[in-house]
Design a protein around this ligand. Structure first.
Ligand SMILES: *[C@@H]1O[C@H](CO)[C@@H](O)[C@H](O)[C@H]1NC(C)=O
Ligand SMILES: *[C@@H]1O[C@H](CO)[C@@H](O)[C@H](O)[C@H]1NC(C)=O
Ligand SMILES: *[C@@H]1O[C@H](CO)[C@@H](O)[C@H](O)[C@H]1NC(C)=O
Length: 715
């Protein structure tokens, strides 16, 4: 590890490092969120690490004793501990999925003694785990693929003689798989309180309902929740095509395989819903609801449903008013033992934060808590007012904190495995298009000296309705970019129009404006940095982005702005906006380009990078992966073919076994190695200055582009 050891902090294992390289980040332990037991005496989490030398993952299940603050006890060393859930019957019984074979098994471990025992063998592969203890026993719920007759798909199902797939309606593939006759389903069983006997057999609770849950392609245990005698699941509206609708409904079901179809809780012609959760007494359900069908990034409004005995909603009400609370929460949970108090998490100005919401008094606004950096999950410590937070930052990987409600402050429980100095990150605001203030982060390289000049790495996020946040990532980690340049890069990440966490209007404004408002913001942001930060060497700037960020890089390559950069990187980007209709979730281009491809073709021509390919001239690195069905690989191949014909220095990196993201550690290592070799070549002082000969300086071009940007875009 290329680390400089400043000293060991509070807890064992945490290292304060001055710089990080990608090998360190890819191999460093990756923690799950920490989950406290019911009484708040112990919390558990899993940690997995990959080794390039052995090419294997290792893992461990770890314990934090909350009463003593003892934070480094290994309960079990095993890579095959998957999802975990407290059994809820006592303080020490933890359930986990063991996926060491294609048949998953359910195990329990006593977190005090470490003794494990197998509880149940599933008849196939399952993932996600929730459990709920009641007087009847322990209900365990999980998910897997169900065959058309509702059975869990067997890993030993004989292959068909031919491999043809025939379709007669849209939505033939999704993310990285082709649709088959199998659908995701929620399965479960009831165990005795001692976990020794099965009281109710393994059952598909969605059998015969014609709905699919959890929702693909990112199935999550937030799509279902359990009470003593009912289950709530979130599923896409069965009567609407999943290709061009986002609407989902909450269904309240019995724990049986004979639920009646078509009786959703909230069938109100709404958009996507998420995160349904029972109140502690089971009398209410809170959840997040979008109003607009077809818009995946619409604002989430918090709704509360009162349940009648038959599981129908006797009333429902929005408890956040979208206009008064201009944020879009991403999760909701109930305070322990109370049916009138909610906790929300979500994005706010480049951070993930937590709000409380008292729903006993109508019209109360959520109150933001004082937390640090970005909170990825929050859980109550017993029935106290304390929260256990799992957080991360640009400068550190996952760490755990205790939030104390009485003092509105946090205290560190377990420091991250990787910690960079806080001084490595700064923030800035500038005036973007429409005179709106736009926010950005700046990440400084190791040993940063403001009197020196540094090359700039300008990173553009995907989505486009998403944001750079003050959080850790093993992909597109700004600190990794800062530390892997020839002299380090100053890294700038801007959240332009369309970004989330800055209010509904700011996000929504990108509709029909992919190449205008965000582009103008990025130009003005770059100009702001050049004028404000003397340490940026404008003759050595590079820009990179993935997905919509890759679209924007391709758009920039065709504009005068393309000439201010010495190299560009497009990861799984858009070459032609017309091809967005070869994607899977058609509601996405239909929303962002103002209608379907057939009905509003003009909307797809509006800001098309292909239309400006004749101007492409800056060295360009293209990545495109075979299993990316969101942005098919022909987008990357086309861009590369054009670059090659135009004689522009370019490379194409392709992973046959990766989707929209590069997830396999060895592939991720190659991704970083090839990209940094390319950009570091063109941003090196000798190559960069050679390319600047007999041209205008980058600073001159940038000033011209910025002065005319509003006019340039509305041709
Ligand atoms: C997982 O299951 C395998 C096969 O039964 C077993 O050998 C292994 O010990 C189990 N691991 C854990 C952590 O339970
Ligand atoms: C959704 O797709 C179907 C099938 O192509 C089409 O008939 C329908 O009009 C589309 N609906 C919307 C809202 O675009
Ligand atoms: C939420 O409820 C308030 C009244 O309590 C209403 O005025 C407002 O329009 C509602 N907002 C949404 C987005 O449903």
């Amino acid at each position: 590890m290329r680390i400089v050891l400043f000293g060991l902090i509070a807890s064992y294992g945490a290292l304060l490092v001055s710089a990080i390289n990608y090998d360190d980040v890819i191999q460093a332990p990756r923690r799950s969120e920490a989950t406290p037991n019911k009484d708040g005496t112990v919390a558990v989490y899993t940690e997995t690490s990959y080794s390039f030398s052995t090419k294997t993952w290792s893992g461990s299940l770890k314990k934090i004793t909350l009463s003593t603050g003892d934070t480094n006890t290994v309960i079990a060393n095993a890579a095959d501990v998957g999802d975990i859930a407290w059994a809820g019957t006592d303080d020490s019984s933890l359930l986990y999925l063991n996926s060491s074979s294609s048949y998953t098994s359910l195990w329990s471990v006593d977190v005090n003694s470490g003794s494990t025992s197998k509880v149940y063998d599933f008849s196939g592969s399952v993932s996600l785990l929730k459990s709920h203890a009641s007087s009847q026993g322990v209900r365990v719920v999980t998910s897997g693929w169900a065959t058309p007759d509702g059975e869990l798909l067997s890993p030993d199902a004989p292959p068909k003689a031919d491999t043809g797939l025939l379709y007669d309606s849209v939505f033939v593939r999704h993310w990285d798989y082709w649709l088959s006759e199998n659908r995701k389903a929620v399965f479960g069983l009831l165990l005795s309180s001692d976990l020794k006997t099965v009281k109710e057999p393994f059952t598909n609770y969605l059998k015969g309902l014609g709905i699919e849950s959890p929702i693909m392609p990112f199935p999550s245990d937030s799509d279902f929740d359990l009470s003593d005698d009912k289950l709530v699941v979130n599923a896409k509206a069965p009567e609407l095509s999943p290709a061009n609708n986002t609407a989902t409904y909450f269904y309240v079901l019995d724990y049986s395989d004979s639920n009646t179809p078509d009786k959703p809780l909230n069938k109100a012609g709404l958009g996507a819903c998420s995160s349904p959760v029972f109140s502690p007494d089971g009398s209410k359900i809170a959840g997040l609801v979008m109003s607009e069908n077809g818009y995946e990034s619409d604002q989430n409004i918090v709704y509360v449903y009162e349940l009648s005995a038959d599981g129908r909603a006797s009333s429902s009400a929005n408890v956040t008013d979208g206009r008064a609370f201009d944020r879009s929460p991403s999760s909701v949970m109930w305070a322990p033992d109370r049916a009138d108090y909610l906790f929300l998490t979500g994005e706010d100005i480049g951070r993930e934060v937590v709000w409380t919401l008292d729903i006993s008094t109508p019209g109360r606004a959520p109150v933001m808590l004082s937390t640090s950096h970005s909170v990825s999950s929050a859980a109550f410590v017993g029935s106290s007012s304390k929260l256990l937070l799992s957080s991360s930052a640009i400068v550190k990987s996952t760490y755990f904190e205790i939030y104390n409600h009485d003092s509105d402050s946090t205290s560190l429980l377990l420091e991250a495995e990787t910690v960079l100095p806080e001084s490595r990150v700064g923030e800035f605001w500038f005036t973007g298009t429409r005179d709106v203030k736009v926010h950005g982060f700046i990440v400084y390289p190791e040993n940063f000296d403001p009197k020196k000049k540094y090359p700039l790495a300008f990173l553009i996020h995907g989505g486009p309705q998403s944001a750079w946040t003050d959080s850790w990532s093993t992909r597109w980690n700004p600190a990794v970019w800062a530390d892997n340049g020839p002299d380090g890069y100053v890294v700038v990440t801007i959240n332009p129009t369309g970004s989330t966490g800055y209010g509904k209007d700011f996000t929504d404004k990108i509709q029909n404006n992919w190449g205008s408002y965000p582009y103008i913001d990025l130009v003005l942001g770059l100009e702001y940095c050049y004028k404000s930060f003397d340490f940026i060497d404008t003759e050595r700037m590079i820009a990179a982005g993935a997905s919509y960020g890759g679209y924007m890089i391709n758009w920039i390559q065709g504009s005068a702005l393309g000439r201010v950069f010495k190299a560009l990187v497009t990861h799984d980007g858009v070459f032609s906006t017309l091809n967005q209709y070869a994607s899977e979730e058609l509601y996405f281009p239909a929303h962002d380009f103002g209608g379907s491809f057939v009905k509003n073709t003009r909307g797809y021509y509006k800001y098309n990078p292909m239309s400006r390919m004749y101007h492409w001239a800056t060295p360009h690195f293209i990545v495109h992966n075979a299993l990316d069905y969101r942005l098919p690989e022909s987008e990357g191949i086309l861009a590369f073919n054009v670059l090659q014909e135009l004689g522009v220095p370019s490379k194409l990196l392709h992973f046959p076994d990766e989707n929209h993201w590069v997830l396999k550690p060895d592939n991720s290592r190659r991704w970083h190695k090839e990209i940094f070799e390319f950009i570091n070549t063109f941003s090196s002082p000798s190559v960069a200055s050679k390319r600047s000969e007999d041209r205008k300086s980058a600073a001159q071009i940038l000033e011209e582009v910025a002065a005319n940007v509003e006019g340039e875009i509305y041709f």
